[in-house]
Write a protein that binds this ligand. Structure first.
Ligand SMILES: [Zn+2]
Length: 270
C-alpha cells in the first residue's frame, strides 16, 4: 500500500475524470492522498476534497510564487496578506487538514520578489507553529537560504517535508539529521539525474513518495498529465536506488507519512 504525499487533484486538469483518476490510483495500490494547496483558492478546494473523500488529507498554504499576495516587495506582510493568513487559519481548523503548505522559497522562477517570499515563509511557519501543524516545503534553487531562514525562525516543532527534493547529498543529510523528510517524485526516474544517488545515500531513511500530479510525470510518461496511479514507478526507482524491495519502500514511506501527518488524535491510520 502506497501514500501519495503530494498531489493537486483539485485542479481543472482533473475536472473531466477526477473520480476515475482516484479509482486508477486505488487500483494501483495508492491508499491515501495528500491534496496540497498553493494559494487561497486551491487551499479551499483541498479542504473540500478532503472533507468529501475519506482517503484524502489536505494542506493549506501560499506558494512562494504567490508570496506577493501576502507580502510587499520589501518584505512586509500586507493588509491583504493578514486577511489571507486569517483565512488559512480558519481553513486549517478542519480535521482533514494535516499541514501548512506548500510554502517556501523559489529562486529559480522568482515569480515573487525574494523579500516577499521570505516574509511569506516566515509568516506561514509562525502559522504552522500556532496551529501545531507540520509544513510542506517547496524549495528550488534556494536550499541554503531556506535552511538559514528555518534556523533563524526556529525549526517547526512538528517538522515537515522538503517536497520534490532536488538538493545535494549534504542538504539531504542536514534535512534528515534535523528531523525533516524528503519527498521523492518522478525526477528519480529520469535518466542522468543525480537524485537516485542522493536517495541511495539516505539508505531509504526519511523518505516520502509523491507524484506532484499533474506535474513531473515519471518515466515513461514524461510530457503527459501526471497522475497518482503512476506512484509505483517512483517506488520502484527508490527501491532500485536503495537496494530494497518495493514492499519495503511502501512500508517505510507509508509509516513515515503516518508519523509526520497523523493529527494529534492519531486520526491517520496509514
Ligand atoms: Zn506541488
Amino acid at each position: 500500500m502506497f501514500v501519495d504525499s503530494h498531489i493537486h487533484l483539485g485542479r481543472d486538469d482533473f475536472a473531466p475524470d477526477r473520480a476515475e483518476t482516484i479509482g486508477r490510483a486505488v487500483a494501483a495500490g495508492v491508499a491515501r492522498f495528500l491534496e496540497v494547496g498553493y494559494d487561497l483558492a486551491s487551499s479551499e478546494r483541498a479542504v473540500q476534497l478532503a472533507a468529501a473523500e475519506p482517503r484524502f488529507q489536505a494542506t493549506v498554504g501560499v506558494h512562494p510564487h504567490d508570496a506577493a499576495g501576502l507580502a510587499s516587495a520589501d518584505g512586509r506582510i500586507t493588509a491583504e496578506g493578514e486577511a489571507a493568513l486569517a483565512r488559512l487559519a480558519e481553513l486549517a481548523a478542519h480535521p482533514a487538514v494535516a499541514a501548512v503548505g506548500e510554502i517556501g522559497l523559489d529562486f529559480f522562477r522568482d515569480l515573487s520578489p525574494r523579500p516577499a517570499q521570505a516574509a511569506a515563509l516566515r509568516a506561514q511557519l509562525a502559522l504552522a507553529e500556532r496551529l501545531r501543524l507540520p509544513v510542506v516545503l517547496h524549495v528550488r534553487d534556494a536550499y541554503a537560504q531556506a535552511i538559514a531562514l528555518l534556523q533563524e525562525a526556529g525549526l517547526p516543532s512538528r517538522r515537515g517535508v522538503f517536497h520534490s527534493f532536488a538538493g545535494d547529498a549534504a542538504t539531504a543529510r542536514w534535512a534528515l539529521a534535523h528531523g525533516f523528510r524528503l519527498g521523492i517524485g518522478g525526477p528519480i526516474t529520469y535518466r542522468g539525474g543525480r537524485l537516485a544517488d542522493v536517495v541511495r545515500e539516505t539508505g531509504g531513511h526519511g523518505l516520502l513518495l509523491e507524484t506532484d500530479a499533474p506535474w513531473l510525470p515519471p518515466h515513461p510518461h514524461r510530457g503527459r498529465r501526471n497522475e497518482p496511479a503512476w506512484l509505483p514507478l517512483i517506488a520502484e526507482a527508490v527501491a532500485a536506488a536503495c537496494g530494497e524491495t518495493v514492499e519495503e519502500v511502501a512500508r517505510r514511506t507509508t509509516a513515515g507519512y503516518a508519523a509526520l501527518f497523523a493529527g494529534p488524535d492519531g486520526a491517520c491510520d496509514a
